[in-house]
Design a protein around this ligand. Sequence first.
Ligand code: NAD
Length: 235
Amino acid sequence: MSRYNNIVVLTGAGVSAESGINTFRAADGLWENHRVEDVATPEAFERNPQLVQRFYNERRAQLLNGIKPNPAHLALAEFERTWKGRFTLVTQNIDDLHERAGSRNLLHMHGELLKIRCRKSGRLFPCRQPVASDQACSCCGQMGNLRPHVVWFGEIPLYMEEIEQALSDCDLFISIGTSGNVYPAAGFFQVAKGAGATAVELNLEPSARGSHFDRALYGPASQLVPRFLQSLTGS
Ligand code: NAD
């Protein structure tokens, strides 16, 4: 068995790429043909709620239309099931593929596509249907108060206390399929290293901060992740 006792895994859009969900920053810098400034900021929602709701309605419909967890999601869930030490999975992804694969100790730091939130009360509602920008909220009765439960640029990520706690005493940090461009997640490996952890990057290609990791393996997540996790348990 491995010498590690407390593992923190951070995943990004790359872990879901082989399930058919596009990553954030293609070479053209667009997300599904939209500029992030137009669909992923609070200002964008104030300016054009119809466009923002339509964008997330499309992402939701895509996620619910035949997209499935891939071997990377499944390997992480299986590892967590059999691992004797502590295991925390932090994802920047808003899709639900980790939970569908069976992951349990999972923190969605950038929110969840299949939830909406009342801007007034903060109450969360499950959401699998399109949301109209003039839809009345069922808790406050007001139109236009429902927003995607997604952390937009300029907003504070969720679960930061729990994440910092897990990072502060982890001994292995694994970063999977994330470009290292979006903070604070891009700085997690430094916090983990500061706590004495070994930091490993698994990605299709070196990320912005790839050279600062203790170990890096490059290739598609569906192959790398199962192989790397097996190497930890010796199976
Ligand atoms: P990113 O799009 O900035 O970077 C994707 C990374 O994944 C790149 O480093 C790329 O090399 C790597 N990658 C691509 N295909 C891969 C594969 N098959 N195997 C392994 N690695 C692969 O993503 P990010 O760093 O997560 O940051 C973007 C933000 O976009 C996040 O905040 C997230 O909320 C949001 N986002 C989420 C989803 C999703 O929920 N699936 C999809 C797109 C964007």
